[in-house]
Design a binder for this molecule. Structure first.
Ligand SMILES: O=P(O)(O)OC[C@H]1O[C@H](O[C@H]2O[C@H](CO)[C@@H](O)[C@H](O)[C@H]2O)[C@H](O)[C@@H](O)[C@@H]1O
Ligand SMILES: O=c1ccn([C@@H]2O[C@H](COP(=O)(O)OP(=O)(O)O)[C@@H](O)[C@H]2O)c(=O)[nH]1
Length: 487
């Protein structure tokens, strides 16, 4: 479902004369490939913000996307079939041995690096997953060095591939080429003291510093990176540049966005309008709060539920008149912390529903699944409030998507001050500290009581922001900076 719409969006307004050639690299391809019963291969779109933001880029930039396809058949014919099926989407599979891929993705990237980037304490370093991380970065480097024979620019994404710029530069320099490599981090970059907890922090910093341009979501993340490079490597940051080992590395803040038109167009479709009407009827007597999050501890779902429970207790008149629809998209289910979180959230939802429900009312509708794009757009459109409680979050595109679908209703966005998005949304949002349960409760109350004029005024600011900062602009700005760095 998402896959088709991504392609529709790219073909509807692409302009090949302005497109540039680029190799985009991310750990995971936007499509994951699965073998069906009849032996053929089917691809479906992956979830998450990185996929959303890069999909929007297809409007202005033609690129080949390299990444792990999610499976590793032994037979050459099968690999060829996968290659063929993906090439229709300009995607190129980087095949990885299953155990190696798991140790890289679950073992190091998501169990060690991700928590440190999001200020989680109590992480234990382990050599084995680190070796897998290095090995996978090397495999990617071999693939890309082979593919980038014609001087294409290379844009590497995210924390799974922090060593890749260095490995690429070394390989390509040995071949007499001078590569142009961009690196974009989609997570927060923590303060130097938090990063130091990781014994291999210096290796990761050196990996990133082999880029031509390094991009972050916010100015704070960029400054944290510069400070870490200075403190841990003795590099010299100056303005938006860092001098290290006779090279000058450009750094910048690039505001990732969405493609608002994709949402506006979807909302106009007859079936989506029917669904909006149906949902409107179902919830005509209650206010709807919506949450859409991957089931990840950084999204602050336990805090959200505590805050909502406090709200129902503190403002009992709202009992029976409010519903929280929480979509929790399954994520990283092989990692123990994520399994434990799922159990915890299910218990919390059960407890709150048990406490405040009546035979004809439940305060929480909990969807532990990925939902179709059209259903997501309909939910965004009917929600009076969107509540996002991340304890840390690189950006949070859900915040932007809610705004894209609220032209009619002018609903209120209640957003954690620790989501990167909150930096840009000023007083258009109600901002709160996610560890403060009372503040969450009061923010919900404030959002529900806000009058039409104030909602309209706030909405106007948010709408302007998402319309001016699209994913296409993000891609364009980054590639411009990268081209400038190459000269
Ligand atoms: O691929 P997964 O392990 O399922 O995770 C999904 C994505 O999660 C992270 O997304 C981040 O990127 C978003 C877009 O820039 C940003 O809005 C969000 O705050 C980040 O959490 C991760 O960085 C991606 O690589 C994953 O694909
Ligand atoms: O069932 C769903 C619900 C949401 N999303 C998308 O997942 C992305 C989440 O991105 P965000 O930046 O908010 O957080 P991330 O999951 O990347 O940390 C958004 O584009 C959502 O539309 C999805 O793919 N499937």
């Amino acid at each position: 479902m998402f896959s088709k719409e991504v392609n529709d969006a790219s073909s509807s307004s692409s302009n090949s004369s302005t497109k540039r050639n680029l190799i985009v690299v991310s750990n995971r391809l936007p499509l994951s490939v699965k073998r069906s019963e009849d032996g053929s291969y089917l691809s479906s779109i992956s979830s998450g913000g990185l996929v959303t933001s890069l999909s929007g880029l297809t409007k202005t930039t033609s690129f080949q996307w390299f990444g792990w396809p999610g499976l590793n058949p032994k037979e050459p014919e099968e690999r060829e079939e996968i290659r063929r099926s993906l090439s229709a989407h300009n995607a190129v599979p980087v095949f990885l041995d299953e155990r190696l891929a798991q140790a890289h993705y679950n073992g190091f990237s998501n169990s060690i690096l991700w928590p440190i980037l999001h200020y989680q304490s109590g992480v234990t370093f382990d050599e084995e997953p680190w070796n897998a991380y290095k090995k996978v970065n090397e495999i990617f480097a071999d693939y890309i060095t082979e593919a980038a024979q014609n001087g294409e620019m290379i844009w590497v994404h995210d924390y799974h591939l922090m060593l890749l710029p260095q490995m690429l530069r070394e390989r390509m320099t040995r071949k007499g080429r001078s590569p142009c490599i961009g690196f974009s981090l989609h997570t927060p970059f923590p303060a130097a003291e938090a990063l130091r907890v990781l014994p291999v922090a210096r290796d990761l910093l050196q990996g990133m510093l082999s880029s031509t341009v390094v991009g972050f979501h916010t100015e704070d993340y960029r400054m944290n990176f510069a400070e870490s490079c200075h403190n841990l490597l003795g590099a010299k940051p100056q303005d938006h540049m860092i001098f290290f080992k006779d090279r000058l590395v450009r750094t910048g803040k690039f505001t990732v966005g969405i493609d608002p038109g994709k949402f506006t167009d979807t909302l106009k479709k007859d079936d989506v309008q029917d669904r909006i009407q149906q949902l409107g009827e179902r919830y005509k007597d209650v206010k709807v709060i919506l949450g859409v999050d991957r089931l990840d501890y950084i999204k602050g779902l336990t805090q959200k539920l505590h805050g909502y429970e406090q709200f129902l207790t503190e403002y009992p008149n709202w009992q029976g008149k409010i519903v929280l629809i929480q979509v929790a998209v399954p994520s990283r289910e092989d990692v123990k912390e994520y399994q434990d979180l799922e159990t915890q959230i299910s218990c919390q939802v059960g407890k709150i529903n048990g406490k405040f429900s009546h035979a004809d009312y439940a305060p929480i509708i909990y969807l532990h699944k990925s939902i179709p794009f059209s259903e997501l757009a309909a939910l965004y459109s009917i929600a009076d409030v969107c509540l996002l409680t991340s304890s840390r979050d690189g950006m949070n595109l859900v915040a932007f998507e809610y705004v894209a679908c609220q032209e009619q209703r002018n609903g209120v966005l209640v957003l954690s001050e620790f989501a990167g998005a909150s930096v840009f949304m000023g007083n258009g949002i109600i901002k709160f500290h996610p560890a403060n349960t009372k503040e969450i409760s009061q923010s919900i109350h404030k959002a529900l009581l806000m009058n039409k004029e104030e909602r309209k005024e706030r909405y106007g600011k948010l709408r302007r922001f998402i319309d001016e900062n699209t994913s296409a602009k993000w891609g364009h700005d980054f590639v411009e900076k990268l081209s400038a760095g190459a000269q």
